[in-house]
Design a protein around this ligand. Structure first.
Ligand SMILES: Nc1ncnc2c1ncn2[C@@H]1O[C@H](COP(=O)(O)OP(=O)(O)O)[C@@H](O)[C@H]1O
Ligand SMILES: [Mg+2]
Length: 262
């Protein structure tokens, strides 16, 4: 059973169709990458999954339950998804201590938390994303860009989601820090068995983290498949073009050598 199943999804804003007939499956514990140029409709799909984009046709299921519409089961299904966005600066309330932001996100679990259990949970989550668990009382401005993105990852994990959708999470970061955040997500994948949709315009980044890749262009999937065969033998000229842009970036990323503390 797939944890997330998108079937023949179309989205339009007003008269404008921005996503057409997109289908995508995510198996538990796997990461699928969604790659395509800016404006191809990637974020619209992410937003549709959590109920924030207008769906004109098609279906979205989370653990086989429809996540479309206003029924209580659909709302509950949407709460099993956590989104992480590109910009960690605007994602965090500048006046709220980071521990409080993370604590608030534990509500999405639907569990009852005692004060001390919640505090412990926040400390654990901070450690899980390689941040000092004694810094929960500090404001976002005390942290670097990469650290803030790790705070938003901790906050997403706090909801104990079935699926994480990471939308351009490394795009606003320095190249050296991108590697740290990617490696963290990869470690979490393995430790926690996360299921993730990883969205980026950068094929090098998507390739690094994804088991399977969907290539999007002008609101449609032009090609999809397991990462290695797709990368070794891309069928669509558009995928080849994205791939041609990769080698230089791939070298610059230095993913395995990223500093541990960026
Ligand atoms: N809220 C919105 N209202 C109208 N048009 C939008 C809205 N959000 C996105 N679009 C348009 O939809 C298209 C796809 O955008 P988006 O899903 O953000 O692409 P991507 O994430 O791949 O860059 C773009 O042409 C964009 O301008
Ligand atoms: Mg986008």
């Amino acid at each position: 059973m797939n944890v997330l199943e998108i079937k023949n999804l179309s989205i339009h804003y007003g008269r404008r169709n921005v996503v057409s007939d997109v289908s995508l499956s995510l198996a538990p514990g796997k990461t699928v990458g969604l790659v395509g140029e800016s404006g191809s409709g990637k974020s619209s799909i992410a937003n549709a999954v959590v109920g924030l984009a207008p769906i004109s046709s098609g279906g979205i299921r989370v653990n086989s339950v429809s996540a479309v519409g206003t029924r209580r089961t659909a709302k509950r299904a949407r709460r099993r998804i956590q989104l992480i966005f590109q910009d960690p600066f605007s994602a965090l309330d500048p006046r709220m201590p980071i521990g409080e932001s993370i604590a608030e996100a534990t509500r999405a679990t639907g569990k009852k938390w005692s004060r001390s259990a919640r505090k412990d949970r926040v400390r654990d989550l901070l450690s899980q994303v390689d941040l000092d668990h004694n810094r929960a009382d500090e404001l976002p401005r005390a942290f670097s860009g990469g650290q803030r993105q790790r705070i938003t990852i901790a906050r997403a994990l706090a909801g104990e989601p079935d699926v994480i959708i990471a939308d351009e999470v490394t795009s606003a970061l320095d190249v050296s820090v991108q590697g740290t955040v990617l490696n963290l997500l990869r470690d979490l994948q393995q430790e926690l068995g996360l299921s993730m949709v990883f969205i980026s315009h950068n094929l090098a980044v998507v390739r690094y983290i994804s088991d399977e890749i969907y290539v999007m262009r002008h609101g449609r999937i032009v090609e999809s498949g397991a990462t290695d065969p797709l990368m070794d033998n891309p069928q669509d000229p558009y995928t080849r073009r994205l791939l041609d842009a990769v080698p230089a970036l791939g070298r610059r990323l230095h993913l395995e050598e990223a500093p541990a503390n960026a």
